[in-house]
Design a protein around this ligand. Structure first.
Ligand code: PGA
Length: 265
């Protein structure tokens, strides 16, 4: 059963998702000496990261035993490049909490041996396991950089970005041709088969079609996010705009039985 939480705006999406992450961290760390969190980059997770930082300063959570795995990294950008995902994570989360830097894992986009680096990352994820994986979604349905056509069994590997993704990411670069065209990305299997819980966040009208198809279309590699319906413990946090193409169906009592829809207070 996939749970869908419809929120009034992007800030509420971040807040509601943060409550799930914080409770999962607290519950796990009460009985384990490690908590493993999978993390996305992009615009959507920024409110979530703000709420996690606030919870850290309020003494609600402690990151000293937290390990993180990011979904992906561009090929060819050094970690100190302003658009690298390592830099993004430092600037938006890691610099503000007490997480030891050696516990923050990312694929190395500068590696000389791509196959070895991808195998290393996949093995590390398999050996630690992910307590909760947070995801965004592309307007073309990608999760991580698993673009349409990705296999359910895909693992960490080098991927080519689609034109749509390059165009969407160009807003962070000075010009279109500066956007890297390749990335190292975890696969769909890496996410689905190693995580106890999954949280996907989507906000804004540009995601409305992707969300409607992911929730109501066929489960297929052409719709990578549709595979999340196969996970046992997955929650989508959507704002009103991201839910707007499917809310009439899923919010009106004619909802498919594999979905549970709730409205955030
Ligand atoms: P965004 O990216 O949060 O910047 O929209 C999400 C994604 O492409 O997965």
């Amino acid at each position: 059963m996939l749970r869908v939480v419809i929120c009034k705006n992007p800030d509420e999406v971040g807040y509601q998702a943060s409550r799930q992450v914080i409770e999962s961290m607290q519950r796990t760390l009460a009985k384990s000496d490690r908590y493993v969190l999978g993390l996305p980059t992009g615009e959507t997770p920024l409110p979530l990261y703000g709420y996690l930082i606030a919870a850290f300063y309020a003494g609600e959570i402690d990151f000293s035993a937290v390990h993180t795995f990011n979904l992906d990294e561009y090929v060819g950008l050094p970690p100190n490049h302003a658009q690298s995902y390592r830099y993004f994570m430092m600037r938006n989360l890691f610099d503000f909490v007490n997480i030891p830097v050696h516990q923050t894992h990312m694929p190395n986009g500068l590696t000389r041996d791509v196959n070895q680096e991808c195998a290393r990352y996949e093995r590390l994820i398999e050996s630690l396991g992910i307590d909760l994986w947070v995801l965004g979604i592309g307007r073309n349905e990608h999760i991580a950089f698993n673009e349409p056509g990705s296999s359910r069994e895909s693992k960490t590997r080098k991927v080519k970005l689609t034109l749509d993704t390059i165009e969407a990411n160009a807003r962070f670069f000075e010009s279109h041709d500066q956007v890297p065209t390749e990335a190292l990305s975890v696969g769909i299997s890496t996410v689905l088969d190693n995580s106890k819980e999954i949280v996907l966040m989507a906000t804004g009208l540009s995601k409305a079609q992707a969300i409607a198809i992911a929730l109501l279309g066929p489960v297929s590699g052409w719709i990578p996010a549709s595979y999340l319906r196969e996970h046992e413990h997955c929650t989508f946090y959507l704002d009103k705009l991201a839910a707007s193409n499917c809310e009439q169906v899923i919010g009106e009592g004619v909802c498919p039985e594999y979905l549970e829809v709730v409205y955030a207070e």
